[in-house]
Design a protein around this ligand. Structure first.
Ligand SMILES: [Zn+2]
Ligand SMILES: [Zn+2]
Length: 456
């Protein structure tokens, strides 16, 4: 409707006198840890054509290129036997769980307690993924959680998909990852032993065991090496790398959207259930990544099975109440966007305050009606009033509050919402009564989402 205002403009609202008190001087908040470290410690120089060969991690690059080359050669020259295919698939899961249930959920996040037997199993299985020792891996991962998306995050998603997938391993780290406490891992004898013996463990579990099982088992040494060792390794590495790359890129943010982690079933299928990464970054010490029964999280099922047979205990979960708060916040955020796109009626602070006498005088020239302390100009609506023009016109210059709310007709919520759009003024003293103040709020605004100002 048109922007009609009552003329002459009446008593303008004055700011409360308290607001005229000068604001205290703004004090800068203390610099945060990330800013402090970034400013005080220099990064390695940028990679250029002149220095790139000095900035490459040649060992990582070799593993990440030679293994796929061997796998491709092997697949092209070796027939795949059914038993070997089955074994490769099983060993893919065994070594995958070594990373997801072991490196990640047990050691990096301490989301459950494992018996010694399970710890040894996971320490060996994880070595077969050829992704570094538990201590090195968990240290980087704790920094990733603590400094997500910053330059102190070793695989910050803000540096692109390729960087977070493999770039951070191929190139020498531009900075040391941010500080993270790993004293518990240093004190764990199995973790310490695996770190000391990592090189031969890598060869044993990455190549010797998968080859030997197929070789001794059914005489397929060649298939064991090319499929269960090399090809399995390439698939496994890129699957688990997806937790750092794809899980920060693809999908939705049902729990929080402050940072890049996302939930997606495709990532979950590729990563043994680590694809519910938005949940995981919010609730990192929860042993689950997927909280719904139908979501694919075989790592969770593996840990639960271990618990059932007495190998795992103290499975940690975040309280449902807190999880629901995250989900509700994100739902409200979506609703707030819809709310912000809607045109709302003016509130009392944006309307002139009118005395009863002025209202009476103005109503002689314009069809003004008072309802719940607000003055409405119904000119454009007179001929569209479902109850007819006559009854509406009979309230011009009058207080129609009682009539509107049941005295004549109990109007619908939609009618009240529409009426509020016709506001042109506030009657002086008209909004003083507490019950009237509530009645004056149109139904569409009673559940209005209010956003508090944030410094972030
Ligand atoms: Zn992450
Ligand atoms: Zn994690």
């Amino acid at each position: 409707m048109s922007e009609s205002v009552i003329t002459p403009p009446l008593t303008p609202r004055t700011e409360a006198t308290e607001l005229n008190v000068p604001a205290p001087p703004v004090t800068r908040t203390k610099q945060n840890y990330v800013e402090h470290v970034l400013e005080s410690t220099p990064a390695l120089p940028p990679i250029t054509w002149a220095n790139w060969y000095r900035e490459i991690n040649w060992l990582s690059l070799s593993i990440l290129t030679i293994a796929p080359a061997i796998a491709v050669y092997g697949c092209l020259t070796t027939s795949l036997r059914l038993k070997t295919a089955f074994w490769s698939f099983v060993y893919y899961y065994v070594t995958g769980f070594g990373i997801t249930a072991g490196y990640h959920r047990l050691w990096a996040h301490r989301s459950y307690s494992a018996s010694k037997a399970l710890e040894w199993f996971l320490a060996f299985a994880g070595a077969g993924a050829v992704e570094g020792s538990i201590r090195w891996w968990a240290r980087g991962h704790r920094a990733h959680h603590r400094y997500t998306d910053t330059d102190l995050d070793p695989y910050s998603a803000h540096k692109g998909l390729l960087w977070s997938h493999i770039g951070w391993m191929v190139v020498l780290p531009r900075r040391k990852p941010g500080a993270a406490d790993v004293s518990d891992l240093a004190a764990n004898p199995i973790v310490a032993w695996q770190h000391r013996n990592y090189l031969w463990l890598l060869l044993l579990m990455g190549f010797v065991v998968p080859t030997a099982v197929a070789g001794f088992g059914w005489g397929d040494w060649r298939g064991g090496f090319f499929y269960a060792a090399a090809t399995r390794l390439v698939f496994l590495q890129h699957s688990t790398f997806c937790v750092n790359s794809l899980a920060h890129y693809l999908g939705s943010a049902p729990f929080d959207d402050k940072h890049t982690p996302r939930d997606h079933v495709v990532t979950a299928l590729l990563t043994f259930g680590e694809g519910y990464h938005n949940f995981h970054h919010q609730f990192p010490s929860d042993y689950r990544n997927a909280i719904r029964w139908f979501q694919y999280d075989p790592t969770k099922w593996f840990i639960r099975t271990c618990q059932a047979v007495g190998l795992a205990s103290h499975l940690k979960t975040f309280p449902d109440n807190e999880i629901q708060k995250g989900e509700l916040t994100m739902e409200l955020k979506k609703l707030k966007a819809i709310q912000d796109a809607v045109t709302w009626p003016k509130d009392a602070s944006h309307l002139p305050v009118v005395t009863w006498e002025h209202f009476q005088e103005q109503a002689r020239h314009r069809p003004l009606i008072l309802v719940t302390g607000f003055i409405h100009d119904v000119a454009a609506f007179l001929d569209h009033h479902p109850g007819g023009r006559h009854i509406l016109a009979s309230y011009i210059g009058k207080d129609a509050t009682t009539a509107f709310f049941g005295g004549v007709k109990e109007h619908s919520n939609a009618a009240h919402n529409l009426l509020a759009m016709m506001r042109v003024g506030v009657l002086r003293g008209g909004l003083e009564v507490e019950t009237d103040k509530v009645a004056a709020i149109p139904p569409s605004q009673r559940l209005k989402i209010v956003e508090h100002a944030s410094s972030q």
